[in-house]
Design a protein around this ligand. Sequence first.
Ligand code: GDP
Ligand code: MG
Length: 294
Amino acid sequence: MKEQKCLFVTIAGLPNAGKSTLINSITGKKIAIVTPKVQTTRTQIRGIAIYNETQIIFTDSPGIFSAETKLEKALVKSAWSAIKGDDVILLLIDASSYLKNIERIKTIFTRLRHTKTKCIFVINKIDLVKKPELKMTYKHLDLLYKLKKIFTISALKSDGLSDLMDYLSEVAPVSPWFYGEDQVTDSSTSFLSAEITREKLFLNLREELPYSTAVITEQFEEKKDESLVIKQVIFVLKDSHKKIVLGKGGSNIKKIGIEARIELEKLFERKVHLFLFVKVRPWTDRPEEYIDDV
Ligand code: GDP
Ligand code: MG
């Protein structure tokens, strides 16, 4: 048998670059929520893949953006503190918005350089751009940063992933695996379930409201027939928010609950009884309750 190797990879990039999508398509399970709105990933999520006897642990860092509120600052701090110790930083770039974001990408890269960690570029969403445009982006990155490795992928269509995984398994140091063989994530099942409900809130509620909600799983239990009972509380800031989340005659919360339950049943491969409660509680000034590693 070959020797075991292990590598930690932090996925950095602007909001919407496709970080969560990449982790999901590599690990094949939905463990990081994906929505078209920015900054939905609040905490680090680890996705674990085994490839060529190498265990590769991916961390999805929250979007790097200009922080204003206390909560945002805490998020950014946690993103950077996550990067320091890791073996490889993967800077994910959205090919379809490269020109628009050149300056922001430069800023991120300058900060990454200071971490002295190995950095690779991965150009994502190549399914959205024409060949000449992709070539231009590639050349521009190559000239500007002189990095040895630039990959081109479509995380959504799982295109180009094997080249990337080949490279990561090659550079991984010999080391015993950090996690068990069957583990795809170290996020607790409670946290994962809360993330799924939060995703449905994002998809069903308009504008800024979802940003000020928090979902906590209060009960996660397996019944004798192997079905799961999951009780969650959706915390909102004000009474008026609670009304919106509930909807007319409870129509919104019902829809959110059904969509979340279907997703949970897929994830856990069994019947799920999901109970959602909405409670009012101000929380933006106490981010430490909701974020690990701050
Ligand atoms: P994150 O903020 O970096 O975690 O980005 P997400 O993974 O949440 O993705 C943001 C949006 O981009 C979602 O609507 C994804 O479906 C979409 N997306 C991600 N990767 C690709 C890709 O390779 N091709 C296309 N067409 N869309 C993608
Ligand atoms: Mg994300």
